[in-house]
Ligand binder design. Structure first.
Ligand code: BDR
Ligand code: CA
Length: 319
């Protein structure tokens, strides 16, 4: 099984990515680092904890990530898209407090799974950047980094130029991409096509397949209403963060380009992801190249999502 340390800000699509990871027979989530982003870090923690509780996976550690960007600037949250508590209309029970381990646990996990651990970061990049700052060489023990972020030569979603994760802390995103070895980026170019449609939701909620099924329709309905206002005529909701999780176990669903990526730090285009897409780009040292997913096989992606989300029990894979 692939060992995955998940960094995110659940959030609706983050939550669907966690559900997908918990249900997937080839993925073992070995820790969740919760950061600010769609909601406050404290709320992201409660939401992650709620999902683990539902899945009876309370043994998976939740680790305290960042509460704001490296620049110290104010950052907005997005209740209109993800709901006041980040799960659409659902409010995790007050009894779910969300026990947090301190950040050092990240390095314990990296040591424990040296050479095989995959880090997936589907939130603002701050917490992962801190891991590079605090951990130094230790980060070389990580096998690969899968990031949801960026928008290459296509419009952003929070500004005309930038996608939300890279815009939220561009200093951190740039640092992670520059320092990380084996970085794969899943930008809006692919995630905006990975739509969860009402028909798919009907299919995966036709009965209670697992303990998380009851969340899916209410969170989807909320997310879809928000997206219809943002993108008139849209046929479903983008499964941004699920795409990066799916990429870990389904590399063949994507077409990649290898380019050296950077992120714009300041000004109007803050958070813009940049790479050289000329037919004959400047030669770059191999170790500086990142893999950018530029095409997704939607049919295969969504069929796989339907298969995994209708699995009967997140615990059955261990039995
Ligand atoms: C990304 O921003 C967040 O709002 C989503 O959870 C996703 O990670 C999409 O731009
Ligand atoms: Ca996210």
């Amino acid at each position: 099984m692939v060992k995955v340390l998940f960094f995110g800000d659940p959030g609706i699509d983050d939550s669907l990515a966690i559900m997908y990871g918990l249900l997937h027979p080839e993925i073992e989530i070995v820790g969740i680092v919760t950061g600010y982003g769609n909601v406050k870090q404290e709320q992201a923690t409660q939401n992650a904890s709620y999902l683990l509780d539902l899945a009876k996976k309370q043994d998976i550690p939740i680790i305290a990530g960042a509460k704001g960007p490296l620049s110290g600037e104010f950052t907005p949250f997005y209740p209109e898209i993800h709901g006041e508590e980040g799960l659409g209309p659902i409010r995790p029970p007050d009894t779910i407090k969300g026990e947090l381990l301190n950040f050092d646990e990240v390095f314990k996990i990296i040591d424990r799974y040296e050479g095989e651990l995959i880090i997936v970061d589907v939130g603002r990049s701050t917490s992962l950047a801190l891991a590079f700052i605090l951990g130094g060489d230790q980060m070389e023990k990580v096998k690969a980094f899968y990031l949801m972020g960026g928008a290459f030569l296509v419009p952003g979603n929070v500004t005309a130029y930038a996608e939300a994760n890279f815009h939220g802390d561009p200093i951190a995103s740039k640092l992670v991409i520059e320092k990380g070895k084996n970085v794969r980026i899943f930008p809006l170019n692919v995630t905006q096509h990975a739509l969860l449609t009402p028909a798919v939701v009907d299919y995966i909620t036709q009965r209670t397949f697992n303990s998380m099924t009851p969340l899916v329709k209410p969170i989807f309905d909320y997310y879809f209403e928000a997206y219809k206002k943002l993108v008139p005529g849209i046929k479903g909701t983008p499964l941004h963060d699920v795409v990066a999780m799916s990429g870990i176990v389904n590399p063949s669903f994507f077409k990649y380009l290898e380019r050296s990526v950077t992120v714009q730090l300041y000004g109007e285009s803050k958070g813009e992801s940049i790479a050289d897409f000329r037919p004959k780009p400047e030669e770059e040292p191999v170790e500086s190249l990142d893999r950018i997913a530029v095409q997704i096989n939607y049919d295969k992606f969504i069929k796989d999502f339907m298969k995994i989300m209708t699995m009967t029990s997140p615990t059955s894979k261990l039995e």
